[in-house]
Design a protein around this ligand. Structure first.
Ligand SMILES: Nc1ncnc2c1ncn2[C@@H]1O[C@H](COP(=O)(O)OP(=O)(O)OP(=O)(O)O)[C@@H](O)[C@H]1O
Length: 269
């Protein structure tokens, strides 16, 4: 059984259709990209996967996440899926982090939640050891200082590493990364991409990587779905889509990325 199977997902706000007839499958351990310009419906599709659409929006179709039908399910039924079946990393790490809580305590929360979910009670020491493990896993330096810091006391790249550590601590089967590098400078962006790519492979998680940035997506995924104005315009293996785009919109994205690469290769005037 696929880890995630979205069939004919349509999302409406009143009479307005925001996402139309989207179908997408993610197998266990697969890395899939969802790309498209701003407002194309990427984030709404991702939120629908865990039943967290903003109030007033209605989803139709079918979303099977780890064998559970998400559409129409009660929140109570979906809560156990959040974190264990799918966990999120967002563009702006401060979204995930509480500004008033030290980082160590924040990472401890999903760990303690997971233990409760699994019906085990973990001691403080066990949890503290796990906090260290996950902070090490995301290659943070000086773990004691970072665990004892508030989010504003560490860099943007380090905050994103903390947010990734919190997602990992849930041990999700699917990691949904929504523009995880967009808010970062280019060097940090490359480091976070490398980290995500390594972690997903090593932990055996599946990845849904959302971005408007084609070259970024190409670095981390195997399959890609291209959305435009809420509809799929192209879908397939990342190499095939990028080397021979079929749809005008995808051709334009590929050409824009190629032009950017060429510009980078030219001397700065
Ligand atoms: N709560 C809401 N009510 C009405 N319309 C909404 C709501 N949330 C999002 N939309 C609209 O739905 C469309 C898709 O939004 P979505 O956030 O999924 O786009 P996106 O592709 O993720 O864009 P971005 O890259 O800018 O995050 C947009 O036109 C957006 O304005």
């Amino acid at each position: 059984m696929s880890l995630l199977k979205i069939d004919s997902l349509t999302i409406r706000a009143g009479g307005q259709v925001l996402v139309k007839d989207v179908s997408l499958t993610i197998e266990h351990g697969a890395r899939v990209g969802l790309i498209g310009e701003s407002g194309s419906g990427k984030s709404l599709t991702a939120f629908a996967v865990v039943g967290l659409l903003p109030p007033g929006l209605k989803a139709k179709g079918s979303i099977l996440l780890d064998g559970v039908q998400v559409i129409g399910a009660a929140d109570q039924q979906l809560r156990p899926l959040r974190g264990s079946a799918a966990a999120f990393v967002f563009q702006e790490p401060l979204t995930a982090l509480d500004p008033l809580m030290k980082i160590g305590r924040q990472v401890a929360e999903p760990i303690a939640r997971r233990h409760r979910r699994e019906g085990r009670s973990a001691s403080r020491q066990e949890i503290a050891a796990e906090v260290r493990h996950y902070l090490e896993r995301v290659a943070l330096p000086d773990i004691d200082r970072i665990a004892n810091s508030y989010p504003f006391q560490v860099s943007g790249g380090q905050r994103q590493r903390v947010a990734i550590a919190m997602a990992l601590a849930c041990r999700p089967k699917l990691l949904i990364a929504d523009e995880p590098t967009t808010a970062l400078d280019v060097t940090t962006q490359a480091e976070i991409l490398e980290l995500l790519s390594t972690l997903v492979r090593e932990e055996g998680m599946a990845l849904l990587f959302i971005s408007h940035d084609l070259p970024v997506v190409a670095k981390v995924v195997e399959e890609v779905t291209v959305l435009r104005r809420g509809e799929i315009v192209e879908q397939g293996p990342v190499r095939a889509v990028f080397s021979a785009p079929q749809h005008e919109y995808t051709k334009m994205l590929v050409e824009a990325a190629a032009a950017f690469d060429r510009a980078l290769g030219e001397p700065v005037r």
